[in-house]
Write a protein that binds this ligand. Structure first.
Ligand SMILES: [Zn+2]
Length: 469
């Protein structure tokens, strides 16, 4: 009688473990580790749950899943395993990036990062992304399918379809929605086309936004927004699932704000709002109570700060020559035109995110690539440094970039942390980003579904392609 459970235990893994897809010819040139059983030994592990870093750990990967994780002295290495000694390295979960884009807008042009986007995201440790609005929704969909097929390496993707706005003028790439009925029709269409999230943008009424959200939920999609006609309270009241950017985009604080209308001074006035006021703190509690998740995008706002923004030379190598020139011109004119983010506003955004998490809010992070020099992957890693600067302990910052993202995507049972039975999505980083945050850029190998990709080879393949393809 006592033997039966043992037999069952022996049988179950054989079923669960048939996960690892064969490496395709499109992935092969970038793959550095391809074995059914891999043991990563002597690594420092930050597991994504917020727990402190643990030294000298071993992680066993089997058929695309994490089979075991624990102290090297206690985790047996299976016979036949490919053993990789990671002394001096840190392993984190694969990053789950929200508010990612697969297009790049700089100067006068917007282009799709069909090839460069997936390569760069994966190279910098992003194994799962959710886009935050698409300018070229069919190119994005086709790119997602190409990555799924293995035509090129990249992260798994949740895509959002076209930006949904209340109006869309000549030249706009948004989908303008004139009525709730039209909104429902468009949402149902994108559900069938393959979007799993939708992004509300700009000037949209509560009635139309509510129709988008209700219809999306019927199709098991989620909705996020970068709004100005709706305050955070307006959006939370109609059931939005997430909001982008945080404090800076809450139009509630603009004097004379009219319902359903974007105020002129949004995203500047917030610099003079007291983040510790009863009104702001009540707004945070309202979002937490209504389970509205937030995406932190501190890194992109920093690129609008003349006194702080720096172009990352490694990131700039991804740009095509003419695109690079335009980015450099934009960077040189920082503080003279366009959005200007004063230091005190960035500090308020940081403090607001700390308060949101302290109040129980679910915070994820994303890059929001932009022509100010914010590139896929690189911006996600800059977020890590800024979250630490904001006061999050490093393991908590890693959690925001991994398990929290997976939780927002409702995939926390499958990925987002280093725990047995989860998908083997891992980032191997040379050095110790817990002690030295800038070490986060030293990505060596990225495991997706248990296959290890060489970060340097992925980046080399993306060189000079942003702005072209
Ligand atoms: Zn965006």
């Amino acid at each position: 009688m006592r033997r039966l459970p043992v037999l069952l235990l022996a049988l179950v893994p054989a079923v669960v473990h048939a996960q690892r897809a064969p490496v395709t010819s499109g992935q092969r040139p970038y793959v550095s580790v391809d074995a059914p059983v891999v043991a990563l030994t002597h690594a420092r592990v930050v597991d994504g749950t917020g727990a402190a870093a643990r030294e000298d750990q071993t992680i066993v990967l089997r058929d695309g899943l994490i089979a075991a994780s624990g102290p090297t002295t206690q985790v047996p290495i299976p016979a036949g395993a490919t053993v990789i000694d990671l002394a001096g390295h840190t392993v984190t979960p694969g990053f789950v990036g929200l508010h990612e884009h697969t297009y790049f807008s700089q100067g006068s042009r917007t282009t799709q990062m069909t090839t460069s986007g997936p390569l760069a995201y994966l190279a910098l440790g992003l194994t799962t992304i959710r886009t935050g609005g698409s300018m070229f929704p069919y190119q994005e969909l086709n790119m997602q399918r190409a990555v799924q097929r293995g035509d090129l390496p990249g992260p798994r993707m949740h895509i959002t379809g076209p930006y949904l706005n209340g109006t869309a003028g000549v030249g706009s790439m948004n989908r303008g929605l004139a009525s709730p009925a039209e909104a429902r029709r468009v949402v149902a269409y994108w559900a069938e086309e393959g979007a799993t999230w939708l992004k509300l943008q700009g000037n949209i009424s509560r009635a139309i936004a509510a129709a988008v959200i209700d219809e999306a939920h019927k199709h098991r999609m989620q909705v996020t927004g970068h709004l100005c006609s709706l305050s955070f309270a307006d959006a939370a009241a109609i059931g939005i699932d997430a909001l982008e950017h945080g404090f800076i985009t809450n139009s509630a604080y603009v004097p004379g704000k009219q319902p359903d209308v974007c105020p002129a001074e949004n995203m500047r006035i917030q610099a003079d709002v007291d983040g510790k006021s009863a009104e702001v703190q009540a707004s945070i509690r309202d979002l937490v109570a209504k389970k509205v998740a937030l995406t932190s995008t501190l890194a992109v706002y920093e690129t609008f700060m003349a006194d702080r923004a720096k172009l990352n030379p490694r990131a700039m190598e991804l740009l095509a020559p003419d695109t690079r020139r335009e980015v450099e011109v934009t960077h040189a004119s920082l503080g003279k035109e366009g959005l200007i983010v004063p230091t005190r506003l960035l500090e308020k955004m940081m403090e607001w995110e700390r308060d949101f998490v302290r109040a129980g809010g679910l915070l994820g992070a994303g890059v929001d690539p932009w022509g100010t020099g914010m590139l896929p992957g690189f911006g996600d890693l800059r977020n890590y440094e800024l979250l630490v600067e904001a006061g999050f302990p490093p393991p908590e910052a890693i959690r925001i970039m991994s398990l929290n993202g997976a939780t927002i995507l409702r995939e926390q049972a499958q990925r987002g942390s280093i725990e047995p039975k989860k998908v083997a999505d891992l980032v191997v980083i040379r050095g110790n980003p817990v002690a030295t945050p800038s070490d986060i850029y030293n990505v060596v190998t990225v495991f997706r579904d248990g296959v290890g990709y060489d970060s340097a080879k992925l980046l080399a393949a993306a060189k000079g392609l942003v702005g072209v393809r």
